[in-house]
Design a protein around this ligand. Structure first.
Ligand SMILES: [Mn+2]
Length: 368
């Protein structure tokens, strides 16, 4: 046998051993998955560092050579890491679809807020000033909404502003104003809560907790609102992908709160013609891939009053469950978002246009 033939034969032997190692690893993987499931039943942590150390020390004692122990430890640590991945994965992916998904729940989730069933197929309108500035200001808006039969009142008491020197909101006093106006007009209050320490006190005054775009990945806040029974309106982050948006909702659902409403509010792109870019196709994607209601914030996505009617029509046409928009008795003197809030004439024109459009859409469904 020449040297070349010897080399080839040795390689064939090694390949044979590789196949055996592969089949042993596969058997090991199946066992590890069973261990993972048993650990889950026993409520034992999947990651067990002392067990890993014990196994490594046994390998050290039993090492027949020729590999040195450091190389062997590296190889086995990789096997342990891959096994942990299998265990977590068999827990998360194979046995359990995401709670937001249609695989988990095929029928639409309907969130009841003050008698309005958000997600039942009828468009809902969440209207109110950007920020709560005074009792009179909120009352005037509520009175105007009431004339149109609307009862979902928004308003910011804690304002996440880009500059720390801008108006930061009235805080708890703002919540008290929202609460007393909403009682007077029988409305549900939707307002943003920015941190976990505001939550408990805020719950006394509000019907829907808004988690704002800048807090979409504030995971401790998501968990905290998930531990309440209060409906949550979760806004998409300014730079969040749809996947990240859905996973943020998962944080809330995983804590047990099933009353989650998703809100598309525009994303940051290179386009400067609008304040943000309304990702209109996010609406049907979210409706297909989740069972949660989806609303569109036309005010913050566009930042332009001349685009509110067309974008609201587009949102309803593409399947949104509701529209959010800002209305102020006197936008020119508003303490925040003064350029993009509607005055009462503009608001009534907006509602007329959308009602006509919705009625038309209901009466004359497009056959597709
Ligand atoms: Mn605003």
């Amino acid at each position: 046998m020449n040297k070349m033939e010897t080399l080839n034969n040795l390689r064939i032997d090694v390949e044979q051993l590789d196949n055996e190692i592969l089949s042993l690893l596969s058997k090991r993987g199946e066992l590890v998955k069973k261990i993972g499931l048993t650990k889950k039943e026993l409520n034992v942590n999947i990651f067990d560092p002392s067990r890993e150390l014990e196994l490594l020390s046994k390998i050290d004692n039993n090492n027949p050579g020729p590999y040195n122990i450091e190389s062997l430890k590296r190889i086995f640590k990789e096997i342990f890491a891959a096994s942990k991945f299998l265990q977590y994965n068999s827990e998360l992916k194979e046995n359990k679809p995401f709670l937001f998904s249609r695989d988990y729940k095929s029928e639409d989730t309907i969130v009841n807020v003050n008698g309005q069933n958000i997600g039942d197929g009828i468009p809902r309108f969440i209207i109110g000033p950007c920020a709560v500035e005074s009792f009179e200001q909120v009352q005037k808006v509520a009175a105007e909404m009431s004339k149109r039969g609307l009862n979902l009142l928004r308003g910011g008491a804690f304002k996440p502003r880009t500059s720390p020197y801008d108006f930061q909101g009235l805080g708890i006093d703002g919540l008290k104003i929202l609460s007393s106006v909403s009682k007077e007009y029988d409305m549900g209050v939707i307002t943003e809560i920015m941190s976990t320490d505001q939550l408990e006190e805020a719950l006394e005054y509000i019907d829907v907790i808004q988690v704002g775009a800048r807090n979409m990945q504030n995971f401790s806040l998501l968990k905290a609102v998930g531990q309440t029974n209060t409906p949550v309106l979760l806004k998409r982050g300014l730079s969040a992908t749809i996947e990240e948006f859905k996973l943020a909702a998962e944080y809330i659902l995983a804590e047990g709160n099933t009353n989650v409403i998703l809100c598309e509010r525009g994303i940051r792109t290179y386009e400067t013609a609008t304040r943000n870019t309304l990702d209109i196709s996010a609406v049907p994607i979210l409706k297909q891939e989740t069972h949660l209601p989806v609303v569109v914030d036309v005010t913050h996505s566009t930042g332009r009053k001349d685009l509110l009617i067309p974008t609201a029509k587009a949102a309803l046409a593409i399947g949104a469950d509701g529209i959010m928009a800002e209305v102020h008795p006197n936008p020119a003197i508003a303490l925040s978002d003064s350029k993009q809030q509607m005055n009462f004439d503009e608001f009534n024109h907006f509602m007329d246009a959308i009602e006509t459009f919705s009625n038309k859409a209901v009466l004359e469904p497009v056959n597709s």
